[in-house]
Design a protein around this ligand. Structure first.
Ligand code: HEC
Ligand code: HEC
Length: 497
């Protein structure tokens, strides 16, 4: 057959050119959108402590708030904050930093997004004198952060009529946001609606916080939050499970704590699993978690050590030596040979509630049903699956490294100072204030008798509220029957931890 000699149909040269042009436009637009919305990069920090304080563990991909919404909300919803700005929720701002300690920034979905990381709950400040500058210490319990107030702020703001692009975007622009037309009319309006829906949905899951007593600063109900995220029917849980507020712990020296049953109730003896389950608290769920970033934190916390009390205050060596003898006799089996040697025959094991006698609700809050659910998490990622959670019936005998920075004491933070902890429980303060970072080197703990200072109001902790009991860790085995002189000696020694 002869090849066709028909001329191409009229217009087709032009039509080819148009097709080519369309294709080029399509590719360019695709490239533009890819460049604009496809990027995924978090701020990186070479220094491990900076990475801990401001680095991302991946949760911001899931939960991240659009940066400019984060910036604008304290103005838009100021009536839902206890004071001025995020600082009034106990968030800490270091000089030269735009974001508070414990917040990471990631460029993702065409926007800068921010969310909490590990340091939000595991860093705080101390002032060694009332007029001294605050020192930020990474790895200590965040005794200032009021996470319940933080959650309620976002809940109330997102549910209010003000949570709209019309209110938030002008405020962001007022604060310096340079938004182009696409941002102004498409990206941010969609992001604001999505954030509103997600915050409302999440806070509906976390609805138990609306009926639970205020945690106040430095505490969170760890495992009821986990149940909420698993969408447990909270209303049907036994009431005694719902008072699990626990102090944020210190996370130094993790390498030496390998194999110990830790978390306050000792429900997990694997460092890696405790870290992974903690990431959950930062929104880092299986598919989006940044394992390399978590491993850097693991490496840092393996050997991170607390600063010594003696760097800031004198320690009486003679008195401390006398206290060391008492410590060896009464405390070392459960808490380790010293502040840096954690050997001891009961260290990292659980003392049953019947012996320790401290407030039982944190133990009740961790249930066998939750354990089963945690086992199903990461089902598609066998190497990361949780296999070491156990239901226990008591509290863990933990090392006391950096003890001076861990006040208020006990799992629920119910005892303000070491001096108070060495008193029989009826003589411990029934009410005190939490959240002050001024230190009291004599009784060893933060100043807890002051209700407010300047604009800052502290949280009145009431030990009669369920979950807040300050009883237990009481009796001759726990040092509360020692003479006053012996108690001061023991405290002098504990200052070296
Ligand atoms: C929302 C606050 C919060 C965040 C964020 C958080 N943690 Fe924690 N962390 C806690 C609380 C509370 C506990 C104690 C849990 C309990 O036993 O009730 C804890 C316990 C731990 C422990 C066990 C400490 C011990 O000795 O028992 C480690 C280790 C830890 N967290 C590491 C991390 C790491 C790593 C991250 C970031 C990936 C992180 N945490 C993020 C609140 C938090
Ligand atoms: C039988 C084991 C045991 C003995 C003995 C014991 N403790 Fe404890 N200790 C515990 C347990 C368990 C906890 C956690 C209780 C809780 O949080 O409800 C604890 C908590 C503490 C805390 C609070 C730690 C924190 O981070 O909040 C301090 C401080 C402490 N013990 C000091 C001592 C001292 C000092 C002695 C000796 C006079 C002593 N303990 C004797 C088991 C023991």
């Amino acid at each position: 057959m002869e090849p066709s000699t028909n001329p191409p149909p009229p217009g087709c040269v032009r039509c080819k050119t148009i097709l080519m042009l369309l294709l080029v436009i399509l590719i360019l637009t695709g490239f533009y959108f890819y460049m604009r919305f496809g990027g995924d990069r978090a701020l990186q920090f070479d220094d491990p402590v900076m990475h801990f304080k401001y680095g991302s563990t991946g949760g911001d991909r899931n939960m991240g708030f659009p940066y400019w919404v984060w910036k604008a909300l304290p103005q838009v919803c100021s009536e839902f904050l206890p004071g001025k700005g995020y600082a009034s929720l106990g968030m800490l701002f270091e000089a030269g930093q735009d974001l508070p300690v414990g917040m990471s920034l990631r460029h993702h979905l065409g926007m800068d997004r921010v969310f909490l990381n590990c340091a939000a709950c595991h860093s705080a400040t101390v002032r060694v004198k009332a007029d001294a500058p605050p020192m930020l210490i990474a790895g200590m319990p965040s005794h200032q952060l009021d996470l319940m107030a933080f959650q309620k702020f976002f809940q109330r703001c997102a549910s209010s009529a003000k949570f709209t692009p019309d209110r938030i975007i002008p405020e962001a622009q007022h604060l310096g946001a340079k938004l182009d037309l696409l941002d102004r009319y498409v990206v941010y309006p969609i992001a604001i609606h999505m954030m509103r829906d997600r915050v409302i949905a999440l806070m509906d899951r976390l609805r138990f916080i609306n009926t639970e007593p205020d945690w106040g600063p430095g505490r969170v109900d760890t495992f009821n939050s986990a149940k909420a995220i698993f969408n447990f029917p909270i209303e049907r849980l036994p009431k005694e499970e719902l008072f699990g507020a626990s102090d944020f712990p210190a996370i130094w020296n993790q390498a030496k704590k390998r194999g110990m049953q830790l978390h306050w109730d000792g429900n997990n003896d694997r460092v890696e699993e405790r870290n992974l389950s903690a990431s959950f608290g930062t929104g880092a769920t299986p598919p989006i978690i940044d394992h390399a970033a978590i491993e850097r934190i693991e490496a840092w916390s393996a050997t991170a050590a607390p600063p010594a009390f003696a760097q800031y205050y004198p320690v009486d060596a003679t008195l401390s030596a006398k206290g060391a003898v008492l410590y060896q006799r009464y405390c070392a089996d459960c808490h380790g040979a010293s502040g840096s040697d954690f050997s001891g025959k009961l260290v990292g094991q659980v003392t049953p509630l019947t012996s320790i006698g401290t407030d039982p609700y944190r133990v009740y809050s961790y249930s066998p049903a939750l354990m089963v659910n945690q086992g199903t998490l990461y089902a598609g990622y066998p190497q990361y699956q949780f296999t070491h959670f156990r239901k226990t019936f008591g509290y863990a005998n933990m090392p006391l490294d950096g003890l001076w920075l861990r006040a208020p004491y006990l799992h629920n933070g119910s005892v303000p100072t070491l001096w108070a902890l060495l008193q029989p429980s009826q003589q411990r303060p029934k009410h005190f204030y939490r959240g002050n970072d001024v230190y009291d080197p004599r009784q060893v703990g933060f100043v807890s008798s002051v209700a407010e200072q300047g604009a800052q109001r502290y949280f009145k902790y009431d030990t009669t509220v369920p979950g807040n009991g300050n009883q237990g860790h009481d009796g001759p085995a726990y040092g509360t029957a020692l003479s006053t002189a012996d108690k001061w000696a023991l405290i002098e020694y504990l200052k070296t931890f």
